[in-house]
Write a protein that binds this ligand. Structure first.
Ligand code: IPM
Ligand code: MG
Length: 356
């Protein structure tokens, strides 16, 4: 298979971890006889520094010309502490999601057995948890109108959804549920929000076409609690952009660490793959970030965009093997980890390559 892959490392630890996602893809090409041609582009803080624009036209053009995109992370501390900044790194990510029509963000939460002890949740609650989140990605307060009053003392973000936006992601989530345990939980705040009442109406309609799937509707506050109380009760979770952003960070604790979670953003055409973690400037450049989320994002890319199931499986197995051998980056190490098994980004990435 011959494909073009665009690599956008982005900011902070994005640079360090994406390097390993890419190396794993190169190894897969070699091992399975594919040709992957790589290009690279700027986005986020690094793009602002170089061009003044968090998503330069050149990056968007390269994205549109690619078959799939491997992305790192976005953000810089400078902007986090300066709410008045007009140009912000995150605008780059939001714009590319919108421009590429990436309306469905899939975030699989799966715990590798070896990491049962890495989470702050009790092992007996966690064991066997396996959730697939469908987070809507191009609507909601993220993209609704933003306003600030003239005296700048009042501000608002419009939470807005149209039926077609809910319907298209609901269909994707139900299709996935049919291939899994046929259970879907739609999360909203329909007891308070009109946009959530529309969400629920549309999901109820789509549900009629999938009678085999057991549908449950849950309020976001309750879902946040149930997720920690009994994660095994969930199979597919379908939710809006903001709720999904928050719930999936929470759910990362089910997988032991944010550093383990990969995601796929799909929609119209080109798939976009990225760890769910951020740029983590506190540890950037130190060589200690966990590369596994990027490596697992590369596996999702192969499976979802290119249909290369065997290749994706080989990556997941290599990660599993690496964990079984006891290797741990700082975020997934615990007091039982021997000091000589605690490794940095490069050593961890190299172990996965070796196992591959
Ligand atoms: C995510 C991130 C982004 C989001 C930020 C960086 C804009 O938190 O992908 O979850 O809120 O969607
Ligand atoms: Mg987030």
């Amino acid at each position: 298979m011959k494909k073009n892959i665009l690599v956008i490392p982005g900011d902070g630890i994005g640079q360090e971890v994406t390097d390993w996602g890419k190396k794993v893809l190169e190894k897969i090409a070699l091992k399975f006889n594919h040709q992957f041609d790589f290009d690279e582009a700027l986005m986020g803080h690094v793009a602002i520094e170089a061009t003044g624009n968090p998503l330069p036209d050149e990056t968007l053009a390269k994205a549109n010309a690619s078959d799939a995109i491997l992305f790192g992370a976005i953000g810089h501390i400078k902007y986090d502490n300066d709410p008045s900044a007009k140009v912000r790194p995150e605008q780059g990510l939001l714009k590319i999601r919108k421009e590429l029509g990436l309306y469905a963000n899939l975030r699989p939460i799966k715990l590798f057995d070896e990491l049962l002890g890495a989470s702050s949740i009790k092992p007996e609650i966690l064991r066997g948890a396996d959730i697939l989140f469908f987070r809507e990605l191009t609507g909601d307060v993220y993209f609704g109108e933003k306003k600030r009053s003239e005296d700048r003392k009042t501000a608002s973000d419009l939470m807005i959804y149209s039926a077609y936006e809910v319907e298209r992601i609901a269909i994707k989530a139900y299709e996935a549920a049919m291939k899994r345990n046929k259970k879907l939980c739609s999360v909203d705040k329909a007891n308070v929000l009109e946009s959530s009442r529309l969400w629920r109406e549309v999901v109820q309609d789509v549900a009629k076409k999938y009678p085999e799937v057991e549908t449950e509707h849950m309020f976001i506050d309750n879902a946040a609690m149930q997720l920690i109380k009994d994660p095994k009760r969930f199979d597919v979770v379908l939710t809006a952009n903001l709720f999904g952003d928050i719930l999936t960070d929470e759910a990362s604790q089910i997988a032991g660490s944010m550093g383990m979670l990969a995601s796929a953003s799909v929609g119209d055409k080109i798939g976009f793959y990225e760890p769910i973690h951020g740029s983590a400037h506190d540890i950037a450049g130190k060589g200690i970030a966990n590369p596994l989320a990027s490596i697992l994002s590369a596996a999702l890319l192969l499976e979802i965009s290119f249909g290369l199931k065997k290749e994706a499986e080989a990556i997941v197995n290599a990660v599993d093997q690496t964990l079984k051998q006891g290797w741990r980056s700082a975020d997934i190490a615990d007091y039982t980890t021997p000091i000589d098994k605690k490794v940095g980004t490069s050593a961890m990435g190299q172990k996965v390559l070796d196992n591959l």
